[in-house]
Design a protein around this ligand. Structure first.
Ligand SMILES: NC(=O)C1=CN([C@@H]2O[C@H](COP(=O)(O)OP(=O)(O)OC[C@H]3O[C@@H](n4cnc5c(N)ncnc54)[C@H](O)[C@@H]3O)[C@@H](O)[C@H]2O)C=CC1
Ligand SMILES: O=C(O)C(=O)COP(=O)(O)O
Length: 622
């Protein structure tokens, strides 16, 4: 793939822009805010409303204009594809149109998804790449009402800029309790004995069980659920060991659990309880080889994901007696086939993925996911985002104006590149009077990327897909953080003193933007009183607030030029909001930066070009 090409812009300057493109204030299309909305959400930081003032005119386009689907009012449309607790549904209904369709086939989901801004699922809906593609850019957030997001194609979501959030805490206890229920029921053959009685039998000798007290339980995955299972198993008098490559041993130790290696856990445990996520490294990690290392007669509980077990291998191990019993809540394919040898096995206790299914947990999960989805639709960053940086609200509040600055600098820099150049390398230098190492630049980098890529492509770039989109387009963005000297205590308190964006190895349509004619376009911006300013173009200092559009002119520094240009703009009814002149030497060359509210038409720009003292000029659309 070639570097980003801007050749298509060659003849469009000075007025290139894309009228059709949506530009949302902060998180691009994660935010549905427009000027007319006044949602009451003061309790949380709302990024989009913070930035509405500085966003440009296309922000007024509402979501209705974007989509011609069934739901065409101002409110976002939310599809709930699996049973969700009533409290969560109520919360969602207060915010948008909610459709609960619990029996959609994959084809129906693909056919309908383009009408929705958000989709809420549990484990039963496969949110595949096809679904994301069928959404055609409208779907902004997928909410997983639970923990495991293995049913959501995270890579596709990220590539297509869709945020994925989950509800990771509300069902922990329910899952742990179900694990303990299965452990006890399996050890005492409760399910089998019950079925036997219901068949009219009384089989006391057949269903003699095993005791739990004093037995070794190996907890595989010592996260939220695993640690709660461990705690409860300790209460039952079991000796608990755990394996988890990422969990701190101190946490386990504090509840009397010893962390051991995978092999030690599986070879010493009498009972193994699985609590790790399903991913490429855990997929079928319980297989022929690992079953062979287990203690003969081991008992297995799986409340995690069916896919972590090779089910054929488990069947073999059950038949050979390596595994005496298994208690399974989850299956590689759900529901398993009716004649599944595993579910039908007499030594298997099976439940239909009930781990999270308590009334209490489902109400809590529903609220947790509804809040996360509504927050994401409002443009807030989520604390449970699976594919975007989780940035604390206080950091966001502080970085707010710099986010706007970053996007505008990206937009300016790319508009200064001459047609025919391919942009490959961007360097961003952040100067801070605080310890620059503490500066979290992920959002700023994403917004610079957005500013650079969006004007020259059809891509919608947001915090979710910025890095991916840059990489895909072979745009290398390097960052440097440097210490700045604070001139005032106010500067000292600012998280960022200045942001410099450099695009190297390109030609510029505005020669003065090049650093020492070195094929490096360089611009710098600062935030002054909460407003982003352009403060440097190439080697020239300027100072223009970035609230409207900007006209940059290089001129011979002589009396009358500023007035002349101002008159031309005034005659054509273009309001000048700001003007600044930067020069290196008196009466030599100067850069004039003019902020304009309206976009001058081509005739006006031509007239400016005809002013004798003007050497070159460029109109920058922000
Ligand atoms: N059956 C059900 O209804 C429910 C199932 N779950 C499932 O339970 C599992 C655990 O959930 P939580 O405890 O909430 O997640 P968690 O993220 O808090 O814990 C998972 C733990 O697994 C560890 N881990 C990762 N790779 C591992 C590996 N290769 N070997 C051992 N440990 C590994 C992680 O370090 C982490 O500590 C997930 O798969 C989740 O989807 C959760 C809730 C309900
Ligand atoms: O939260 C999880 O990971 C679960 O497995 C719960 O799944 P469910 O929401 O009951 O389909």
């Amino acid at each position: 793939m070639a570097a980003i090409s801007i050749s298509n812009l060659t003849n469009q300057i000075p007025t290139f822009h894309n009228h059709n493109k949506q530009s949302y204030p902060f998180l691009s299309h994660l935010s549905l805010h427009n000027h007319n909305h006044n949602h009451n959400h003061n309790h949380k930081l709302s990024l989009s409303s913070n930035f509405t003032n500085t966003s440009f005119r296309t922000c007024t386009t509402s979501i209705t204009a974007l989509n011609s689907g069934e739901y065409s009012s101002e409110k976002p449309a939310i599809l709930v594809s699996e049973k969700l607790g009533e409290a969560g549904l109520q919360l969602l209904r207060r915010f948008g149109h909610v459709e609960c369709s619990y029996k959609l086939s994959p084809e129906e989901l693909c056919a309908r998804i383009g009408d929705f801004d958000a989709l809420i699922v549990r484990s039963g809906t496969k949110v595949t790449r096809r679904v994301f593609e069928a959404a055609k850019g409208r779907l902004k957030v997928v909410g997983r009402a639970g923990v495991g997001i293995d049913n959501v194609d995270l890579q596709a979501a990220t590539e297509l800029g869709c945020l994925v959030v989950n509800a990771p805490t509300a069902n922990t206890i329910a899952a742990a309790e179900h694990g303990i229920a299965l452990l006890s029921a399996m050890a005492r053959n409760v399910a089998q004995a019950d079925a036997s009685m219901k068949a009219g039998k009384w089989e006391r000798n057949k269903y003699v069980g095993v005791s739990l007290v004093g037995k070794i339980l190996g907890v595989m995955g010592f996260g939220k659920v695993g640690s709660e299972v461990a705690r409860r198993a300790k209460g039952l008098g079991m000796n608990v060991i755990a394996h988890d490559p990422y969990a701190p041993a101190a946490r386990a130790k504090s509840i009397g659990v010893e962390m051991v290696s995978f092999d030690e856990a599986i070879s010493t445990a009498d009972f193994l309880s699985l609590h790790m996520p399903l991913n490429s490294s855990t997929l079928r990690s319980f297989n022929d080889q690992t079953f062979a290392k287990m203690k003969k007669g081991v008992r297995l509980i799986n409340v995690a994901r069916g896919g972590v077990i090779d089910e054929d291998a488990l069947l073999t191990a059950l038949n050979s007696g390596i595994v005496a019993q298994a208690a399974l809540d989850v299956f590689a394919e759900e529901p398993p086939s009716k004649d599944s040898k595993l579910a039908q096995h007499e030594n298997v206790t099976a439940t239909p993925h009930l781990g999270a299914s308590t009334k209490e947990a489902q109400e809590e999960v529903a609220i947790e996911i509804a809040e996360a989805v509504v927050g994401a639709l409002r443009g807030e960053l989520s604390a449970t985002a699976a594919n975007a940086p989780m940035v604390p609200p206080e950091v966001l509040a502080e970085l707010g104006p710099y986010v706007t600055l970053a996007e505008k600098l990206g937009r300016i820099a790319v508009q200064l590149v001459a047609g025919g150049s391919g942009i490959q390398s961007v360097k961003v230098v952040y100067a801070s009077a605080r310890n620059p190492d503490n500066l979290d630049t992920r959002i700023l980098r994403a917004m610079i990327t957005k500013g650079i890529i969006e004007p020259i492509s059809d891509a919608h770039v947001n915090l979710v897909n910025a890095d991916f989109t840059a990489k895909q387009r072979r745009l290398r963005i390097t960052e440097e953080k440097v210490s700045a000297n604070a001139n005032s205590s106010q500067e000292q308190q600012q998280p960022v003193e200045s942001i410099q964006v450099q695009i190297s190895d390109v030609k510029s349509k505005f020669q003065s933007a090049l650093l020492d004619n070195e094929r490096i376009i360089s611009i710098e911006g600062k935030v002054r009183a909460g407003v982003p300013h352009l403060t440097r173009v190439g080697a020239f200092s300027v100072d223009v607030s970035l609230e409207g559009n900007v006209l940059l002119c290089r001129q011979v520094d002589q009396p009358g030029t500023i007035g002349h240009v101002g008159n031309i703009l005034g005659e054509h009814n273009v309001n000048v909001s700001f003007m600044s002149v930067g020069r290196s030497v008196k009466r030599a060359t100067a850069i004039m930066a003019i902020g304009v509210d309206e976009e001058p038409d081509r005739a006006t720009l031509n007239k400016i070009g005809e002013v004798p003292a003007i050497d070159e000029f460029v109109f920058l659309h922000l």
